[in-house]
Design a protein around this ligand. Structure first.
Ligand code: PLP
Length: 376
């Protein structure tokens, strides 16, 4: 049918079970929060909610950092916020790349006029701390170390605590990508001393996509204060954004995504009600069940057991199977979304997400049953 203006009707999203690399399913409580009436972004009721939101985010990040708030934009905007504020032209940044998102960090460094020194690990491996140590010895003038804690493109978990410790020992700030890790596996910003961390709303927080919680510690703020040049992005300049998120100032910066922030408030409240450690344990428990089922179907994991993320299970597609056809059948016959491989892993792996509200027993059972029937 040709698309004409007159043929367009209201859009009704199909009901899916989201077990890909994100977004994840939203809980009805979060959807209800999203549907509340819009109020002004300077309304005192909204301002009160913003303060609660910051407190809830500090809990999720396990930090006392005052500068903790959701950036209005997806995880990529949180990523860019960290780089544009902390990297100045000529700054050397060590970027650990073991998948897609380390690659995106390199782009960010270069677009800020920085010099990226890349520490490479194979896709599917965790970042090797020794390689970082060697790179820092070879580049004593480096100012920042950036890495992805939970590499969504492969399902590899890197040892954030150790990487941050190495960065600090060499006088560097750390920028940590926690887009997929926040709420799904341990992340302790203060105990580990992470300097700048960004996440995403649509993974283990199971909120609407398009928000990026960030947190900045004292050392990062010091770096920001001592910049020689203005931050080149007006929208992401923390000095300006904070005019809105700082309760003492609260002046217009940009119109906040009001309803999405209601939803984030609700999803963080649910995380707090469950308890962070209980949420981590739930992800691990269902991962073990899914793993047992996938292995029983003869599917082998991409990542070694000790570096496996519970919330992102990547497995090799068996020889002779049309992987895209399997995904299409799962979607069409079972309303089940799983993820494909990216970059060099495209066509070679499937990615099964168990994130946030998607991480439930019934989803594990549905997924294994659907997959077994499809592969039969
Ligand atoms: N970093 C990681 C580890 C991710 O998985 C993603 C998205 O999947 C991003 C960054 C970018 O987030 P967004 O797609 O919300 O911009």
């Amino acid at each position: 049918m040709t698309l004409t203006l007159d043929s367009i009707q209201s859009f009704h999203a199909p009901r899916r079970v989201l077990m890909g690399p994100g977004p994840s399913d939203m809980h009805p409580r979060v959807l209800t929060a999203l549907g509340q009436p819009v109020i002004g972004h300077l309304d005192p009721a909204f301002a009160g909610m913003m303060e609660e939101l910051k407190l809830l985010l500090r809990y999720a990040f396990q930090t006392e950092n005052a500068l903790t708030f959701p950036v209005s934009g997806p995880g990529s905007v949180g990523m860019e916020t960290c780089f544009v504020n902390l990297v100045e032209p000529g700054d050397k940044v060590i970027v650990c790349r073991n998948g897609v998102f380390g690659g995106r960090m390199i782009e960010n460094v270069e677009r800020c006029g920085g010099v990226a020194v890349v520490v490479e690990d194979a896709w599917g491996e965790a970042v090797d701390p020794q390689k970082l140590e060697d790179a820092l010895k070879a580049h004593p003038d480096a100012k920042v170390v950036a890495f992805v804690q939970a590499e969504t493109s492969t399902g590899a978990l890197s040892d954030a605590q150790t990487l941050i410790e190495i960065a600090h020992r060499h006088g560097c700030l750390s920028i940590v990508d926690a887009v997929t890790s926040l709420g799904g596996n341990p992340l302790r910003v203060d105990a580990w001393g992470a300097d700048a961390v960004y996440s995403g709303s649509q993974k283990c927080l199971s909120c609407t996509p398009g928000l990026s919680p960030v947190t900045f510690g004292e050392r990062a703020l010091e770096r920001l204060k001592n910049r020689k040049q203005k931050v080149q992005s007006w929208f992401m300049d923390l000095n300006l954004v904070l005019g809105y998120w700082d309760a003492a100032k609260r002046t217009y910066h940009h119109t906040a995504p009001i309803n999405s922030l209601y939803a984030l408030h609700e999803s963080l409240l649910m995380l707090k009600e469950e308890g962070l450690e209980q949420a981590w344990a739930r992800h691990q428990r269902h991962h073990l069940a899914l793993r047992a089922g996938l292995e029983a179907l003869g599917l082998g994991f991409v990542v070694k057991e000790e570096a496996r993320l519970p919330q992102l299970n990547a497995v090799h597609v068996p020889a002779g199977i049309d992987e895209a056809l399997v995904r299409r059948r799962l979607l069409e016959q079972f309303n089940l979304e799983i993820g494909a491989g990216l970059g060099p892993l495209a066509g070679k792996i499937w990615r099964f997400g168990l994130m946030g509200h998607s991480c439930r027993e019934e989803n594990v059972l549905l997924c294994l049953d659907a997959l077994a029937r499809t592969l039969a």
